[in-house]
Structures are given as structure tokens and as C-alpha cells.
Design a protein around this ligand. Structure first.
Ligand SMILES: NC(=O)c1ccc[n+]([C@@H]2O[C@H](COP(=O)([O-])OP(=O)(O)OC[C@H]3O[C@@H](n4cnc5c(N)ncnc54)[C@H](O)[C@@H]3O)[C@@H](O)[C@H]2O)c1
Length: 240
């Protein structure tokens, strides 16, 4: 292995929530760089991704059985990315809604990690989890989302240590403010948006493609010494 190679050529990548905004941008970037991509989601990805060679498997990450079933269909995996996500503004104060949101973001992460650990052990692969700015800051409107995203940082550290003898690295990306479906409610709320822009150093919602370079790097040999960390990719938000 060349430790300064940034290549992901020929790697097998699975992206949960891969039909969403960030997942699709990751799928596109890995395909463009010669990787084999499996997208899993509740909905089909854009035709463009299927035409570029992505494979699609329907998968609800809240189902233990479904995650295991998909893991049995996959022979080889080098990179596992958990991008499935949802939030429910204000409704997350209801315990049942809270449970569902944590189930997707946190338990979904654990289900995928557990099901694909043997695959990743065989390839000495890596996992990329997805945090959030709410991994670091409170969010009164989405308490379950913030609790789960904070827990993803701890899970990332813990799995990195637990899997180290398997040769599996586990890191996370904490995206800043990205223009996708999940953030539409915030973007279209003038009060929220004005407050955000008053604090956000780069003063704009970012494109999901702006996260892809970090995912490619974390999946490549160039990041071989990086393990257990969550990298904010946030236009300076956490520094402000
Ligand atoms: N957009 C942002 O500003 C932002 C910021 C920080 C973190 N994130 C995180 O990035 C990840 C991707 O979000 P996005 O911005 O692409 O949002 P998105 O809404 O575009 O995509 C989320 C995808 O997850 C899928 N999904 C939802 N529930 C699922 C389930 N039970 N099983 C499988 N798939 C499911 C949806 O169908 C959708 O395709 C999420 O974890 C999100 O929390 C996003």
C-alpha cells in the first residue's frame, strides 16, 4: 500500500441513504474515481447514478433483518458509509418520534457496522459515519437528531478502538449546512436562516459535492493513520 495514494480505484463502497443529497454526491464521486458503488435507500437513486454503474438495494436501516439480508448479498466491501437520515422538527419531543430518529441515525449505524464488520475485516476496509453540527451544539427543534448525532461521535471513537485489530478504520464527517432535502425546513424558514447566516463564516448553504473530497480521502490510503475522528466540513462554523 502506497501511504500517499489518494486512489479509491476498484474499491467496493456501500452507501446507506445513498439516494439522498449527500449520499448521491458521494456515490457520484466514488464512481468517478473508479470505485464500485452499492446504494441502499428507501427510494431509488437518480437514473444518472444507475447508468454510471451504481447498484441499488432497497434497505430500511431500522430493520435488523433487512440489514443482515443485504449484507448477505454483498460479497466484498471496502468502504461502508452510513448516510441515511431523517429529522422531524419539534415532533421529536414525542418519545415515539424520538425513538425512530435515533433508530435511523444511531442504531442504523450500529446495525450496519455489525453486519459488515466481517466484510471490512477481510478487506481491511473502513467506515465513514455521518455526524452533524448538532454533534457539537444543542438543537431545541430536533432533540433526537442532536442526541443521535452527538452519540455518533462517541460511537466512531469506540468502534475505531474495537475494530483496530481487524484492520478496520472508523471515522466520521460532521457536515455543516448543506442544501439537501433534510435541511429544506431550515433553509426555507427566514428566522432560522437569518440567524444561521449571521453566525456562519462563509455565509452560504453548501453543495453536497463539497463533502465528497473528505469522504474520498477517508476511504483512501492517504488517511491510513486517521482513526476514530470526526472531521467537521462546515465552512468554519465550529470555529466561529
Ligand atoms: N444536509 C445537511 O445540512 C446535513 C448536515 C449535517 C448532517 N447531515 C446528515 O447527512 C446525512 C445525509 O443527509 P442528506 O443531507 O443527504 O439528506 P437527504 O434527506 O437528502 O437524504 C437522506 C436519505 O436517507 C434516506 N432515509 C431516511 N430514512 C431511512 C431509513 N429508515 N432507511 C434507509 N434510508 C433512509 C432518505 O430516503 C434519503 O434518501 C444524514 O445523516 C444527515 O443527518 C446532513
Amino acid at each position: 500500500m502506497d501511504p500517499i495514494s489518494f486512489s479509491v480505484q476498484g474499491k467496493h463502497v456501500l452507501i446507506s441513504g445513498g439516494a439522498g443529497g449527500i449520499g448521491s454526491a458521494f456515490a457520484k464521486a466514488f464512481l468517478q474515481h473508479g470505485a464500485h458503488v452499492t446504494i441502499t435507500d428507501l427510494k431509488a437513486p437518480a437514473d444518472e447514478l444507475l447508468q454510471a454503474g451504481a447498484r441499488f438495494e432497497f434497505l430500511d436501516v431500522t430493520s435488523d433483518d433487512a440489514v443482515l439480508a443485504v449484507s448477505k448479498k454483498i460479497d466484498t466491501l471496502d468502504v461502508l458509509i452510513h448516510c441515511a437520515g431523517k429529522l422531524k422538527r419539534w415532533e421529536e419531543h414525542q418519545p415515539e418520534v424520538f425513538r425512530n430518529i435515533v433508530d435511523i441515525h444511531l442504531f442504523g449505524n450500529v446495525r450496519l457496522a455489525s453486519a459488515f464488520r466481517p466484510h471490512l475485516k477481510r478487506t481491511r476496509g473502513c467506515m465513514i459515519n455521518i455526524g452533524s453540527m448538532y454533534s457539537y451544539f444543542g438543537a431545541p427543534q430536533v432533540p433526537a437528531y442532536a442526541a443521535a448525532k452527538t452519540a455518533v461521535v462517541g460511537l466512531t471513537r469506540s468502534l475505531a478502538l474495537a475494530y483496530i485489530d481487524d484492520g478496520i478504520r472508523v471515522n466520521a464527517i460532521a457536515p455543516g449546512w448543506i442544501a439537501t432535502e433534510i435541511s429544506r425546513g431550515g433553509r426555507e424558514n427566514p428566522e432560522f436562516n437569518d440567524k444561521l447566516m449571521g453566525r456562519l463564516p462563509n455565509k452560504r448553504w453548501a453543495d453536497p459535492e463539497e463533502l465528497a473530497g473528505t469522504a474520498l480521502f477517508l476511504a483512501s490510503p492517504a488517511s491510513s493513520l486517521i482513526n476514530g475522528v470526526t472531521i467537521p466540513v462546515d465552512g468554519g462554523y465550529t470555529s466561529a
